[in-house]
Design a protein around this ligand. Structure first.
Ligand code: NAD
Length: 357
């Protein structure tokens, strides 16, 4: 089969990690008889530097004309002092909104080989950790009305959390559908004791749950959820939550799986089109040093094979190749522990491509 993939390397370590994910996809193509055509576009700070805006129209059009999108990361200190609407991170919100990608799937899996990299006590890890965070991606406080104004005590700034029933219903349905294919447990995370938007959110989740009687549903306030993730991660199967709470909780979940460099994500809307990216940022502190862990991006490419291209065997082949390389003791700096073999970003990508069967 033939697929067109828009690649958006972006800033910092973005180009290094996307290069490795593309190399792995090319190897999948060779082994399984598919052709992946990569079309590269500007995004983030790199786009601001070249054309003055973080999400050029050509990039958006290129994404819309592709079968899926692979994104590295955007942002960095060079662009930190720009104003709100021309910051690199605006490109992410623009892409998610314009492409209608309302469901962000963030699996947090602790690989057996990385038990040592996990910050939790061994008795808390038990027989492993496997959580799917389902984060709403095109609503809430990141998309609500925001601004500045003069108030009695000087300048004021505000951001608004707003959710419609439709927005909550579709993300809740996504979470319940995923839970049906996993361990049939959904934890809804909100702040219904304080926020009106959370009270609407919870009532809609409860309504959707009636269509999934086999799924066990519980509710946690976000402050409790952030504590429970560390105290007893095994209680979670699927977590469904808002844009901002999901952003924060999935970073927290990443640390119990070893490193933020391990966590992939898929952003989906209606249909098969999706955008795939690691959950981490552009890591300016290690950019250009060939030190970044490319596994989160490579696993994002595996999610692309699964969700956008319906190539389950190929997706599993990539995931198995990652496990094989980790089992053989190869580690980038972020997941390194004594006795392991330290490798660069490029070497890790090559090892995974070579391990593919
Ligand atoms: P970050 O995720 O870039 O980095 C946090 C820490 O994790 C750093 O020490 C970094 O070296 C390390 N790290 C991250 N990814 C790694 C990898 N693959 N391998 C090894 N180590 C890795 O977060 P930050 O420092 O808060 O943000 C840096 C920039 O990235 C900011 O401009 C921020 O706005 C942007 N950002 C972008 C995205 C995105 O593009 N989706 C997400 C988050 C942050």
């Amino acid at each position: 089969m033939k697929f067109v993939i828009a690649t958006l390397p972006g800033d910092g370590i973005g180009p290094e990690i996307t290069e490795q994910a593309c190399a792995v996809l090319n190897k999948v193509g060779q082994l399984y008889g598919h052709s992946f055509e990569f079309k590269e576009y500007l995004v983030g700070g790199a786009a601001i530097d070249k054309v003055g805006e973080p999400l050029p129209a050509e990039t958006l059009a290129g994404c819309l004309a592709s079968d899926s999108v692979l994104l590295g990361a955007v942002g960095g200190p060079k662009w930190d002092n720009l104003t709100g609407d021309i910051r690199p991170e605006q490109a992410l919100l623009g892409l998610r909104g314009e492409l209608g990608l309302y469901a962000n799937l963030r699996p947090a899996v602790l690989y057996e080989a990385l038990r040592d990299a996990c910050l939790l006590r061994p008795d808390l890890i038990g027989d492993g950790i496997d959580i799917m965070v389902v984060r709403e991606l095109t609503g809430g406080i990141y998309f609500g009305d925001s601004g500045r104004r003069q108030g009695p005590n000087g300048e004021e700034a505000y951001d608004t959390e707003l959710y419609s029933e439709m927005e909550v219903e579709r993300i809740a349905r996504t979470a319940f559908e995923i839970a049906m294919k996993r361990n049939k447990r959904v934890t809804n995370v909100d702040k219904a004791n304080v926020l009106e938007s959370s009270r609407l959110w919870r009532s809609v989740v409860l309504r959707v749950a009636e269509d999934y009687p086999e799924v066990e549903l519980n509710h946690l306030y976000v402050d409790n959820a952030s504590m429970q993730l560390i105290r007893d991660p095994h209680q979670f199967d699927v977590i469904v939550t808002t844009n901002m709470f999901g952003d924060i909780l999935s970073d927290e979940a990443s640390m119990i799986t070893g490193s933020i460099g391990m966590l992939p994500s898929a952003s989906l809307g209606e249909g098969r089109f999706g955008m795939y990216e690691p959950i981490h940022g552009s890591a300016p502190d290690i950019a250009g040093l060939d030190k970044a862990n490319p596994i989160a991006t490579i696993l994002s490419a595996a999610m692309m094979l699964r969700y956008s291209f319906d190539l389950e065997a190929e997706a599993q082949a990539v995931e198995n190749a990652v496990i094989q390389v980790l089992d053989a003791g190869y580690r980038t700096g972020d997941i390194f522990s004594p006795g392991m073999k330290l490798v660069s970003c490029k070497e890790m990508g090559t090892l995974i491509a070579e391990a593919l069967k």
